[in-house]
Write a protein that binds this ligand. Structure first.
Ligand SMILES: Cc1cc2nc3c(=O)[nH]c(=O)nc-3n(C[C@H](O)[C@H](O)[C@H](O)COP(=O)(O)OP(=O)(O)OC[C@H]3O[C@@H](n4cnc5c(N)ncnc54)[C@H](O)[C@@H]3O)c2cc1C
Length: 452
C-alpha cells in the first residue's frame, strides 16, 4: 500500500456516515492519493423513517436497509465494532470476536458519525422490560410481540390478564413514538379480523409524553391536528406524564401537570396494566464516544462551527453524536436524519478544504421541512413553507421518503409493499426470534494483531 496516501476514516454507516462517504467519493473520484475507509457494526444503512412500518408489517424487513457496499462503491468497508479511538496516535481500534481478529486502523483524517442509542434515563427496570424502536431487530421483535399478544388474548378467560395483553403503551411523543403508535394501531385493527373474540374496543394504544405537546419542533397547529386525529382513532395520548417504572406487567406514571383538570381527583400517580411497553423517549450518544478522549457535553462530541473537534484538527463529528448549537434557539439541533445529512455535506467539504489547503465553510442549516405520518393514510407536513395535514401530507411523506432511498431496487420493493398493503390484509405469522441478541464475546486487541 502506498505510504503517501491520505486515509480518511469514517466511523458509522448511518445517515451521516454514508452521506459523507458518498460526498467524498464524488469529490475524490479521480484522486489516487486519497483512500476512503468506513467502519460500522452493521453492513447496511437503516432507513429509520420507515422502521415503524416494518414493525407494523406493512414493509418487509430487508426492504428498508441498504447494503453499504452497494451504495458506497469506492469506500473500503470494515464490518466491526469500534472499541476505542486514539486521537493522539491517530488510530481506531476494533474489537475482535470469536470469529474475527481485532485490528487497528490508522487514519490521517477522521469523521465520527456513530449516532445514538436509546436513553432509559437510568431506569433499569424499564430498560430490562421495554421494547425499543431503534434497530431492525427492534421492529421485528415488536411486530412478533403484538401478534403474540393477540394470540394470547384470543383464548384468555381471565379478563384482567386479557386486558393487559391488549393494552400497548408507547412512551415518547416524538417522531419515533408517534409514528410507532399510529402504525401499531393500524396493525392491530387489521390483524384483529383474524381473532373473532377480540373487538375493536378491546384494543388500546396509549402514548405517554412528558412534554405538554407531541411532535416538538412541528408547527403547534399541526401537532394539535395530529393529536386530535390520533385520539379520534382511539389512541389515548397523555401529555405531561412521566413513566416512573415498568416491571413487565404494569407501568406506573406520574403527572407533571401542576394544575389538574379535576381538582377533586388531584392524584399525580397512575398505572396501566400492560405487557408491552415501547420506549422511544430519548436517545443518547453511544458509549464509545462517552468514554473517548474527546470533549463531550451530555455525551455528545463538542465541535466548532466547521464541525471539527477543536483539540484535534482533522477530526470531525457529525449527526446524532455531535453537539452543535442552533444559533436561532441556542439549543442543540434535534437528532434527525436531515440534519445528519446536512452536516455530512459540510464535513466532506471541509475535509476537501483541509486536503486542498482552501477555506473551510461554517455549518449552516436550512430546514427543508418536516413530515410525520400518524397512521390510516394521514400525516402532517411542513413542506415548501406550507403547513399540510391529512391525506396530502401522507402522500407527500411517501413521495419524499421514497425519493430519498438510495437504490432503485429498494424504492421498487417499498413501493410494491405499499401497493400490496392497499389490497391485502397484513400477514399475522409470528416468527419466533429471541428478544435480545446474545452478547458477543469480544477478543481484546493484542500485540499479534495488525495495524492496517
Ligand atoms: C423510529 C425512528 C424514526 C425516525 N424518523 C425520522 C424521520 O422521519 N426523519 C428524520 O429526519 N429523522 C428520523 N429519525 C432520526 C434519525 O434516524 C437519526 O437522527 C439519524 O439516523 C442520525 O444519523 P446518524 O448517522 O447520526 O446515526 P445513525 O443513523 O444511528 O448511524 C450510526 C451508525 O454507527 C454505527 N455504530 C454505532 N456505534 C458503533 C460502534 N461502537 N462500532 C461500530 N459502529 C457503530 C451504527 O451501527 C450505525 O450504523 C428517526 C429515528 C427513529 C429511531
Amino acid at each position: 500500500m502506498a505510504r503517501n496516501k491520505k486515509k480518511i476514516v469514517i466511523l458509522g454507516g448511518g445517515f451521516a456516515g454514508v452521506e459523507c462517504a458518498r460526498q467524498l467519493e464524488t469529490k475524490f473520484a479521480n484522486n489516487p492519493e486519497i483512500e476512503l475507509v468506513m467502519v460500522s457494526e452493521d453492513n447496511f444503512l437503516l432507513f429509520t423513517p420507515m422502521l415503524p412500518q416494518v414493525a407494523s408489517g406493512m414493509i418487509e424487513t430487508r426492504h428498508i436497509v441498504l447494503p453499504i457496499r452497494a451504495i458506497c462503491h469506492n469506500t473500503k468497508f470494515y464490518e466491526g465494532r469500534i472499541k476505542n479511538i486514539d486521537p493522539h496516535g491517530k488510530l481506531v481500534n476494533l474489537w475482535g470476536t470469536g470469529d474475527k481478529r481485532s485490528i487497528s486502523i490508522h487514519y490521517d483524517f477522521l469523521v465520527v458519525a456513530l449516532g445514538s442509542e436509546t436513553n432509559f434515563f437510568g431506569m433499569a427496570d424499564v430498560e430490562k422490560n421495554a421494547y425499543t424502536m431503534k434497530t431492525l431487530n427492534d421492529a421485528v421483535m415488536l411486530r412478533n410481540r403484538v401478534i403474540d399478544m393477540l394470540e394470547q388474548a384470543e383464548n384468555e378467560t381471565n379478563p384482567i390478564l386479557r386486558k393487559s395483553f391488549l393494552n400497548f403503551v408507547v412512551v415518547g411523543g416524538g417522531f419515533a413514538g408517534i409514528e410507532t403508535a399510529g402504525e401499531l394501531m393500524d396493525l392491530l385493527l387489521d390483524a384483529r379480523k383474524h381473532y373473532p373474540t377480540i373487538l375493536e374496543e378491546d384494543l388500546k394504544v396509549v402514548v405517554l409524553e412528558a412534554l405538554p405537546m407531541i411532535l416538538p419542533g412541528f408547527n403547534e397547529k399541526l401537532a394539535e391536528f395530529a393529536k386530535d386525529k390520533m385520539t379520534e382513532r382511539g389512541i389515548d395520548i397523555r401529555l405531561k406524564t412521566a413513566v416512573t417504572s415498568f416491571d413487565g406487567n404494569e407501568v406506573t406514571t406520574k403527572s407533571l401537570d401542576e394544575t389538574p383538570s379535576d381538582p377533586v381527583d388531584d392524584s399525580v400517580v397512575d398505572s396501566i396494566r400492560t405487557k408491552t411497553l415501547v420506549w422511544t423517549a430519548g436517545v443518547t450518544p453511544v458509549n464509545t464516544i462517552k468514554r473517548s478522549m474527546f470533549k463531550t457535553d451530555k455525551g455528545k462530541m463538542v465541535v466548532n462551527e466547521y464541525l471539527e473537534v477543536p483539540e484535534f484538527p482533522g477530526v470531525f463529528a457529525i449527526g446524532d453524536c455531535a453537539l452543535f448549537i442552533d444559533p436561532e434557539t441556542q439549543r442543540p439541533y434535534a437528532p434527525t436524519a436531515q440534519i445528519a445529512e446536512a452536516q455530512a455535506k459540510t464535513a466532506a467539504n471541509n475535509l476537501a478544504a483541509l486536503i486542498e489547503s482552501s477555506q473551510k465553510e461554517e455549518f449552516e442549516y436550512h430546514s427543508k421541512g418536516q413530515m410525520a405520518i400518524i397512521g390510516k393514510r394521514t400525516g402532517i407536513a411542513t413542506f415548501l413553507g406550507m403547513n399540510i395535514s391529512g391525506f396530502w401530507a401522507w402522500l407527500i411523506w411517501r413521495n419524499v421518503y421514497l425519493s430519498k432511498m438510495a437504490t432503485l431496487e429498494k424504492k421498487t420493493r417499498v413501493f410494491l409493499d405499499w401497493t400490496i398493503d392497499l389490497f391485502f390484509d397484513r400477514d399475522i405469522s409470528r416468527l419466533k426470534l429471541m428478544k435480545k441478541e446474545e452478547e458477543k464475546e469480544y477478543k481484546v486487541l493484542d500485540e499479534v494483531d495488525d495495524v492496517w
